[in-house]
Design a protein around this ligand. Structure first.
Ligand SMILES: NC(=O)c1ccc[n+]([C@@H]2O[C@H](COP(=O)([O-])OP(=O)(O)OC[C@H]3O[C@@H](n4cnc5c(N)ncnc54)[C@H](O)[C@@H]3O)[C@@H](O)[C@H]2O)c1
Length: 303
C-alpha cells in the first residue's frame, strides 16, 4: 500500500534534481506519473526508470510555461491513466545577478519560467478538477530566497515569493472544489545549487558520505513530503508553506503584522511620523536596516 495508490500525478521539471526524486517517489507510492520536462531526453530517462521498476509513467517534453504544453499535461494524464489527482510544480531556473547588473532577459526568463510555469499547469489542472468534480492536490515550489531573501537573486526571489502568494490564493479559490494548494521551500544539492556550496561544507559533506552517513543534501530527501502533500492523506492542509531539506520539515508563518502605531483618529501629519517610527520598530523588536534573514534561518545551506 502506497500513499498514492491508483492516483495520477504530474511532476514538472522532473528530468533531474528535486523533480526527478519527486517523480520516482510518487511512482514508488503507487502513483502513475506524467514526467513533464523541458529536456526531452532527461524526461524520457526518468519515465523509463519508473517503468523499469514496475511503475507507470509517460513523459511530455516542452516548456511548462507554455499554455499548450501545460494543457497537454492534463490531456496526457487523462488519456494514459484515466484522470488527474495531483500536480507538483517544480520546474525552475536561476539567472543570478545583482540588481544593477541584471539584464531584461535575466529578469523576464526567471519570472516567466517560475510564475507562468506554475500558473499554466495549475490553471489547466484546476479547470479539469472543476469540470470533472474531482478533488485534487497542488504542490508548488517556492524558496527561502523568496521567503527570507537572498543576495543576487532579486528576480528569483521575487518569482518565488510570488509562487507562495499564488499558492495561498489558489488554496482560497479552489477550497470549494476540494482542491488543496501548498508550497514548499526545498533545499538540496543539484545542478542548480552545486556551485553555491561553500568549500568547507563541501568537504564536510564528502567526509560524511565516506563515513556512510545520511546525505542531508540529497535532492531525493524532498520527495517523501511532496508525495504526502500530493496524496489524500493531506486533504485537510491547504494554503501553507513548508521548508523541506534533509530530514527536516518546517512550517512557515505567513507575512503577518507584528506592531502598529496609531495617529490621533485622523490622517497622519507627515511631520509627526519621523519621531514615532522608533516606537513601531521597538514594539516589534525589528531592526529598521536591511537584515540577512537567511543567516538567521535554522538550517542555512543554500538558496
Ligand atoms: N536545489 C535547491 O536547493 C533549491 C532551493 C530552493 C528552491 N529550489 C527549486 O526547486 C526546483 C527544482 O530545482 P533543482 O535544484 O532540482 O534544479 P535542476 O536544475 O536540477 O532541475 C530543474 C529541472 O527543471 C527543468 N526545467 C526548467 N525550466 C523548465 C521549463 N520551463 N519547462 C519544463 N522543465 C523545465 C530543467 O530542465 C531541469 O530538469 C526549482 O523550482 C528550484 O527553483 C531548489
Amino acid at each position: 500500500m502506497g500513499l498514492l495508490d491508483d492516483k495520477v500525478v504530474v511532476v514538472t521539471g522532473a528530468g533531474r534534481g528535486i523533480g526527478r526524486g519527486e517523480a520516482l517517489e510518487c511512482a514508488r507510492q503507487g502513483g502513475a506519473v506524467v514526467v513533464a520536462e523541458f529536456d526531452g531526453e532527461a524526461g524520457d530517462e526518468v519515465a523509463k526508470e519508473i517503468v523499469a521498476a514496475g511503475g507507470q509513467a509517460v513523459s511530455v517534453a516542452g516548456d511548462v510555461a507554455d499554455a499548450d504544453v501545460a494543457d497537454a499535461l492534463v490531456t496526457a494524464a487523462v488519456e494514459n491513466f484515466g484522470g488527474l489527482d495531483a500536480v507538483v510544480n517544480n520546474a525552475g531556473i536561476l539567472r543570478d545577478r545583482t540588481l544593477v547588473k541584471m539584464s531584461d532577459a535575466e529578469w523576464d526568463d526567471v519570472i516567466r519560467v517560475h510564475l507562468r510555469g506554475h500558473f499554466a499547469p495549475t490553471r489547466a489542472a484546476c479547470r479539469y478538477w472543476r469540470e470533472s468534480s474531482r478533488p485534487g492536490h497542488l504542490v508548488h515550489t517556492a524558496s527561502t530566497s523568496g521567503i527570507l531573501g537572498n543576495f543576487g537573486q532579486s528576480n528569483y526571489g521575487a518569482a518565488k515569493a510570488g509562487i507562495a502568494a499564488f499558492s495561498t490564493i489558489t488554496a482560497m479559490e479552489m477550497a470549494r472544489y476540494n482542491v488543496t494548494s501548498n508550497a514548499i521551500a526545498p533545499s538540496a544539492l543539484t545542478r542548480m545549487t552545486e556551485s553555491l556550496l561553500p568549500p568547507d561544507v563541501r568537504e564536510a559533506r564528502q567526509a560524511s558520505l565516506e563515513r556512510g552517513e545520511f546525505d542531508f543534501f540529497d535532492p531525493e530527501n524532498v520527495a517523501p513530503f511532496v508525495a504526502y502533500l500530493a496524496s489524500d492523506h493531506s486533504s485537510h492542509i491547504s494554503g501553507k508553506v513548508f521548508g523541506v531539506q534533509g530530514d527536516s520539515i518546517e512550517l512557515y508563518q505567513p507575512f503577518t503584522s507584528v506592531a502598529e502605531i496609531r495617529g490621533d483618529g485622523h490622517r497622519w501629519d507627515p511631520e509627526a511620523i519621523p519621531e514615532r517610527m522608533a516606537e513601531l520598530f521597538d514594539a516589534a523588536g525589528i531592526d529598521p536596516a536591511p537584515e540577512n534573514m537567511m543567516a538567521r534561518s535554522r538550517h542555512k545551506i543554500i538558496s
